[in-house]
Design a protein around this ligand. Structure first.
Ligand SMILES: C[S@@+](CC[C@H](N)C(=O)[O-])C[C@H]1O[C@@H](n2cnc3c(N)ncnc32)[C@H](O)[C@@H]1O
Length: 236
């Protein structure tokens, strides 16, 4: 496994959400892939398999040789593997060492670089990536606005940001899971996400059940977030 230690970082353990802390446990890492393969369907995204999700991302983002991508909060390495198989050079980062170990085992031989980092303050150089994938890390991180701002900083002008997250649908279950003692999760509203990404333009937004997919592109010059004409939300 091509595993690089990250720069020294404050682990800020006291600031981690319960969901983040649960991902530091080896049994969570071992069971994560099975959960990931079925959980979106349980959340109302009927017919959404991992293969279909991979096809959607690759069709809209077209990762390929010569591009450098970051998979932010890689867990078992699903997006990292898809990107690497498409020929991209991939850095896959996660807070959790057990997750990185599990990912390295699952996605062996693809030349992916694995790194333990808190992506709310990565210490990585600005504008170093052509693309960033974020599969549900937004729901779990301590400060989603800080995560989005940091990921935007890492993208070059014209770079792409692919987001998959559980959007705010309201209701008692989401309210319970947002409580610190029950997970400290965040279920962002897509309009809030757009406001948290000044300088990026939403090109695609798709809902399937509570699951939201978005593709953003970094404006090459003007600052200020805006939805592109025709970027209205579609339902898969
Ligand atoms: C829902 S899982 C991600 C699943 C994965 N992206 C996928 O699509 O299969 C969230 C992951 O993000 C990691 N994580 C949460 N907050 C993070 C942060 N601030 N920096 C880096 N990793 C983080 C967790 O350790 C966990 O492995």
């Amino acid at each position: 496994m091509n595993r690089m230690p990250g720069p020294p970082q404050h682990q800020e353990n006291l600031n981690l959400t319960l969901a983040q802390r649960s991902n530091l446990w080896a049994p969570t890492a071992r069971g994560y892939h099975a959960w990931r393969a079925g959980s979106l369907r349980l959340l109302g995204a009927r017919g959404l398999t991992l293969a279909r999700e991979a096809d959607l991302m690759t069709a809209l983002c077209r990762p390929g040789p010569g591009q450098r991508w970051l998979d932010a909060g890689t867990s078992s390495g699903f997006y990292a593997g898809v990107l690497a198989r498409a020929g991209a050079q991939v850095l896959a980062a996660d807070l959790s060492a057990p997750m990185l170990q599990e990912a390295g085992r699952r996605q062996r031989g693809l030349g992916i670089e694995w790194r333990q980092l808190n992506l709310e303050r990565s210490g990585l150089p600005a504008a170093g990536f052509d693309g960033v994938t974020v599969g549900a890390t937004l729901n779990e991180t301590h400060d989603p606005a800080r995560l989005l701002s940091e990921l935007a900083r890492l993208l070059r002008p014209g770079g792409q940001l692919w987001l998959m997250y559980l959007r705010r649908t309201g209701g008692p279950l989401q309210a319970a899971l947002e409580r610190a003692a029950l997970g400290g999760l965040t279920f962002p509203d897509p309009a809030w996400v757009a406001r948290a990404l000044p300088g990026l333009r939403l090109t695609h937004g798709l809902n399937t059940g509570a699951v939201r997919f978005e593709r953003y592109e970094v404006e090459r010059s003007a600052k200020g977030s805006s939805a592109a004409p025709g970027a209205a939300t579609r339902t898969l």
